[in-house]
Design a protein around this ligand. Structure first.
Ligand SMILES: *Cc1c(COP(=O)(O)O)cnc(C)c1O
Ligand SMILES: [Zn+2]
Length: 414
């Protein structure tokens, strides 16, 4: 090839490249319009930081879905970023420079063929959230919440946590040049403490469990005006977790699975996915069918299961919570009414498993599939034989369990 034609070739390559590049880098516009209370429907504007509604209940972000429809199309996805910002039309951050990322989201959906054979299930899948940057799906929620808060001008956060949310807050705060104050039970796994210290979090160890940490955090927050990042006590962590639902829909080619089995603590994952499905239906990407949402808790802390069985629409405080699954040691959830609604409306159920069953499932999955889940994720696997027995799931069902964290986060238990 002579110099001239190679020049022309490289020039045409550059032109094509520039066009493609400018197409893919056109900022996607967030269609966030306001916040609305999930209990009393009161609306709030979005230009200043806010935690809960005046009535004390959870606020949800509302989007202009008619506008979002224009650009959120099945064809539009191939060139999009692989992070939680993939469908930024229905994410809360306006300016691209505030859409921080550490590569969270777009986790693999793995077919559990060996495990499924054993259980007689042909279509058993795990969404492996352990591959998120901080080893759990908490990356998603805190990525969204930190990004939005920083866009609103906040630079200092406080969080009560069973561990993983603290690690994620510390990491995303480092990324966004903000400060994270983390209140966490003293017996949280060492690896999580180290992760928080490594990423510059201000770690305060508290005697007791997450509800005790929450009291300390609240006191400090009132004194200092640090912004409270407790789950569902600010409106945007749930937006990050919503992306799990968006990804499931996309991965299954816009037909949702029959069943989702989810290890429930604060419930943000279930509530977030449920919101995602509502928005996707309004945009026109999915129909009205929903998976049965199944909430799994540890028998040592099962307030949602108890409320479900007692047909209540809110849960009461679980005294003396004790389980090897730190993320499930949550004795009360502010979004209890939202979790219970999603479970009931979807004709799902709530079920508890013993710690020993969790450990057995954790080892079995690792041996059979090479996948090391954290104790919380393994709880979903432990629930399967019980759900089959009770007729809550059937052999033909397409089932997705959520491996919410990497085995490394609870490695001290192996
Ligand atoms: C926080 C956490 C949970 C519970 O998640 P929610 O969405 O708050 O119910 C489950 N698994 C792991 C690993 C967690 O860190
Ligand atoms: Zn309200």
């Amino acid at each position: 090839m002579d110099a001239k034609s190679s020049y022309i070739l490289s020039e045409s390559f550059m032109i094509t490249y520039n066009i493609l590049y400018s197409m893919s880098s056109t900022p996607i516009i967030s269609q966030l319009i306001n916040l609305k209370c999930t209990a009393c429907s009161k609306k709030y504007e979005i230009h200043r930081p806010i935690n809960l509604c005046e009535c004390g209940k959870v606020l949800f972000a509302v989007y202009n879905l008619e506008e979002a429809k224009e650009t959120v199309t099945k064809e539009s996805f191939c060139k999009r970023t692989r992070s939680i910002w993939r469908i930024s039309e229905i994410m809360p951050v306006y300016e691209e420079k505030f859409r921080f990322t550490l590569g969270e989201g777009c986790t693999p959906l793995l077919h559990l063929k060996n495990m499924g054979e054993n259980l007689g299930l042909k279509q058993l899948f795990v969404k492996d959230e352990g591959l998120n940057p901080t080893g759990t799906f908490k990356s998603r929620g805190l990525c969204a919440a930190v990004s939005k808060a920083v866009e609103l001008g906040i630079k200092e956060f406080v969080i009560p946590t069973a561990g993983n949310a603290g690690a994620a807050l510390a990491a995303y705060s480092a990324r966004a040049k903000a400060k994270a104050h983390i209140f966490m039970p003293v017996n949280t796994p060492e690896i999580i403490k180290k992760e928080i210290l490594a990423t510059g979090g201000d770690l305060r160890l508290v005697d007791g469990i997450i509800s005790d940490a929450a009291k300390e955090a609240r006191k400090e927050a009132e004194k200092s005006e640090w912004f409270n990042m407790s789950t569902l006590k600010e409106p945007y962590r749930v937006e990050g977790k919503k992306t799990m639902g968006l990804e499931l829909a996309e991965t299954f080619n816009w037909e949702l699975p029959d069943v989702i089995i989810y290890p429930t603590g604060g419930g943000t994952g279930i509530v977030g996915m449920w919101k995602a499905f509502t928005e996707l239906e309004e945009i026109g990407l999915i129909g009205s069918e929903r998976p049965r949402m199944i909430s799994v808790q540890s028998s040592g802390c099962a307030p949602i299961v108890k409320a479900f069985e007692e047909k209540k629409d809110k849960a009461s405080f679980w005294e003396g919570a004790e389980t090897i699954a730190p993320g499930l040691k949550v004795p009360e959830a502010i979004g209890d009414y939202l979790i219970l609604k999603a479970v009931r409306v979807s004709k799902g159920t709530a079920i508890s498993v013993q710690d020993e069953e969790i450990m057995t499932a954790m080892y079995e999955l690792a041996k059979k599939e090479g996948i090391m889940l954290s104790t919380e994720g393994a709880a979903t696997i432990a629930a399967i034989p019980k759900l089959l027995n009770k007729g809550e799931i059937e052999k033909e069902d397409k089932i997705v369990v959520f491996g919410t964290g990497s085995g490394f986060t609870t490695i001290s238990l192996w």
